[in-house]
Each structure stands twice: as structure tokens, then as C-alpha cells.
Write a protein that binds this ligand. Structure first.
Ligand code: FE2
Length: 205
């Protein structure tokens, strides 16, 4: 008998019914461009580190404390993160997971974000605000990849749980959560319009 161990869990679900999300996304999108236009430090950092796009990752990471719209988003995500932590069997010992940082990503055509992890956090994730057709997905790597030096390739098509790389095709209004150590990347946006998302880190507090 073969059993699976050392599960790597990824959560993906709509944040709320479509009608509510459309209004929310319109407002987040409007505010995202306002923040971008005001954020000179972020523009400079993005120019050097974010391949043609804008992220407030290094400049404005407390968006959820600056805007009631993002504060409402935080409240909605809090519940999902608590449920995800439970599904991971985490014992928070009287504490909880709280949104420590939250930032905006605006990725025009050609913009991409290479492989990375999110240090100093427990759960990370992204809420998708606008994902035009062809915008590309979110790729996750098997965390054991560096250890598979002599592993043969996988049979095609590879069953999902055995794939070394998984690509999610996000849609506007969806939330994706993962453990912060899980390496991921955002392939280039091949659509003609901007892909907009909000990312965040949850800490054990
Ligand atoms: Fe990330």
C-alpha cells in the first residue's frame, strides 16, 4: 500500500458571491491606482525590482490600516486564514494569525515576478482584483525540488499531487492562501491590460 505524507496545502476559493466582489474590486482597483500615483518610493523600488510593474511591497505595506476598503478585505480574509490554519493542524496556543503586511500589485503587459518565498510570516496569499484573459497564473514549486537531483521525469500527464510545479489560473474575486515558505512565481502578463492583485502576510500574534 502506498500512502502520501508531508502534505503541501494550498487554499483557493472565491472571497464572496460574485455581485459583492464586483463592487469591491472596482473600489480596490480605483484606490490601487491612487496609491500608486502617490507612492514615489514604491515607483522607484518597483522600477528596480518589479519588471515593468508597480508593487507597494517595499513602500506601503499597511494599506489595510490606511483604507476602510482594504480593512474590510482584511476582515474577510481573516476568517479564511483562520480556517486554513485549522486545516493545517496549527495549534496557535491562544494566539491568532493577524494580517501584518498588505500591499498592492499592478502588473501591466510583460510584467512578471520571479520565484520567491515570504520570510517572517506564517500564511501568505493573494486576492485577485483584475485578471484579464492571458494574464497568466500563479506557479508553486514542490519544496523538495532541490533534493530531486537524480529523479527521472514524470509520466505525462502527471497526476496533480505528483507534479513538481502547479499553476493556478486565478480569477478576479478569488483568494489564494499558502504557507509562507512555499516558493512561487508570477509568470509574465501576456494580456493587454493590467493584472491587479492584493497580497498579504499573516503573522502569529
Ligand atoms: Fe509572493
Amino acid at each position: 500500500m502506498v500512502k502520501s505524507f508531508f502534505a503541501t496545502r494550498i487554499y483557493s476559493a472565491p472571497l464572496s458571491p460574485a455581485a459583492g466582489t464586483r463592487a469591491l474590486n472596482r473600489e480596490i482597483s480605483r484606490e490601487a491606482y491612487i496609491f500608486r500615483d502617490l507612492d514615489a518610493d514604491g515607483a522607484r523600488w518597483s522600477e528596480e525590482n518589479y519588471a515593468g510593474g508597480y508593487t507597494s511591497y517595499a513602500s506601503l505595506t499597511d494599506i489595510h490600516r490606511r483604507s476602510p476598503t482594504f480593512a474590510a478585505l482584511e476582515r474577510a480574509i481573516d476568517k479564511r486564514v483562520a480556517g486554513f490554519a485549522k486545516s493545517l493542524g496549527m495549534d496557535l496556543q491562544g494566539g491568532r494569525l493577524g494580517m501584518g503586511t498588505c500591499w498592492i500589485n499592478i502588473m501591466p503587459t510583460g510584467s512578471h515576478h520571479s520565484g520567491h518565498v515570504h520570510p517572517l510570516a506564517v500564511i501568505s496569499g493573494t486576492y485577485y482584483v483584475s485578471v484579464p484573459k492571458g494574464a497568466g497564473g500563479l506557479k508553486f514549486e514542490d519544496p523538495r525540488l532541490p533534493m530531486m537531483m537524480a529523479a527521472p521525469p514524470k509520466l505525462q500527464p502527471t497526476p496533480e499531487p505528483l507534479r513538481p510545479v502547479i499553476e493556478f489560473a486565478p480569477k478576479a474575486g478569488r483568494l489564494v492562501l499558502f504557507e509562507s515558505w512555499l516558493r512561487h512565481e508570477v509568470p509574465a502578463n501576456r494580456a493587454k491590460t493590467d493584472r491587479i492583485s492584493v497580497s498579504f502576510n499573516y503573522e502569529w500574534i
